[in-house]
Design a protein around this ligand. Sequence first.
Ligand SMILES: Nc1nc2c(c(=O)[nH]1)N[C@H]1C(S)=C(S)[C@@H](COP(=O)(O)OP(=O)(O)OC[C@H]3O[C@@H](n4cnc5c(N)ncnc54)[C@H](O)[C@@H]3O)O[C@H]1N2
Ligand code: MOO
Length: 398
Amino acid sequence: MNLLPVDEALNRILGRVPPVAADRLALSVSAGRVLAAPIIATHDQPPFDASAMDGYAVRAGDVADDRWLQVTGMSQAGAGFAGTLGAGEAVRIFTGAPVPPGADTVIMQEEAERSGNLVRFTAPARRGHSIRPRGYDFATGREILAAGTRLGPFQLAAAAAANAGVVSVARRPRLALLATGDELVLPGTPLGPDQIVASNSVALAASLAPFAHDVRDWGIARDSRNELDTVLDQIFADAPDIVVTTGGASVGEHDLVQAALLDRGVELDFWRINMRPGKPLMFGSLGNTLVFGLPGNPVSAMVTSEVFVKPALRHWLGLPQMAPLRLPLLSPTPRNTARRHFMRAQVIAREGTTGLLPITETDSGHTSSLAMADALIVQPEHDPGQEAGTVVSALEIG
Ligand SMILES: Nc1nc2c(c(=O)[nH]1)N[C@H]1C(S)=C(S)[C@@H](COP(=O)(O)OP(=O)(O)OC[C@H]3O[C@@H](n4cnc5c(N)ncnc54)[C@H](O)[C@@H]3O)O[C@H]1N2
Ligand code: MOO
């Protein structure tokens, strides 16, 4: 049987992903989005030399041996001192306020003794102390956030500080999910004879939603060409960017998904990968819509989603791919077959060492072991098995 190597499959998929398209969006509604263009500073931050403390702005050279300085004014955040600080003078200053011209140091008020309009200091002045110089955080022209950065809370703060009211972010794809199988019922349904609870779509929706504009769940299609044809026509009429089906990907008489997709005009790029779990994955496209046919087994569906669909979505958004973990095994791995094995594992931090604890369960229908996993050890084709302590690669999942 002709099984495509994992890396080649991934390259082919990424090659089909369109270039990043940009949306202009108010910063206030951009949380979680990925920048399509860098954010470049258009001003210095802070825009002026600013005090880092509540205290007094002085000339360091004036502060000596209990010498009293004349307090000549005040500088507050939003309302700086209008004049220039002269010799023997001090300006009362507050955190964030502009340091007046002529001053070179701020001394905090805990180190000051005030008497009417005079002030003296109990600690020596350290020139430049407690001043954030203009442009200390970033200077005009500096790239603060690169294209491909996801706007989490800290990145939003930096973008806001750079005065970016509107940002250019990657357009997110619209996703459609379809589960297939006569045996499937929705979670929460009392089980009849021979029935199985559908778990793939709820898991895929949660895992892929952060990368998508929306994820539309088209429910469950029975294993009948009529029903599959009807729902696939409806899905394609809705023109999603990406369709993800689960089930019916294998070779049985009831595995009708591929035929139904081909009849709709889907061009099949490949079918069947040299991996476990997940061998029967198919991938193709219909016009601009990418189509992933994931295997029905729940672990196979999630593993192929992590290995192929998520990287495709990252590429779509211009997000860099996740670097694999490189960690020591906490217990040995057994010999592998000719297929690349994505082995469930737990990342465990113990006494200064972080390592990967392989989960021995390999059944591709075994959801409870997948629920324990936070990584997939990437075991190479024909790997003879490795001792505890060997550093191996793993993908973070979830
Ligand atoms: N003769 C062969 N049989 C099979 C092969 C093969 O090469 N030759 N490959 C096996 C492998 S590997 C996999 S993986 C499965 C994939 O089969 P399908 O994609 O056709 O999946 P189904 O047959 O529809 O379902 C398999 C299994 O998963 C359950 N399932 C399906 N959908 C869901 C869902 N949405 N939520 C939860 N569980 C689901 C389904 O009830 C079955 O138990 O084929 C092997 N067979
Ligand atoms: O590839 Mo199947 O997913 O091994 O059970």
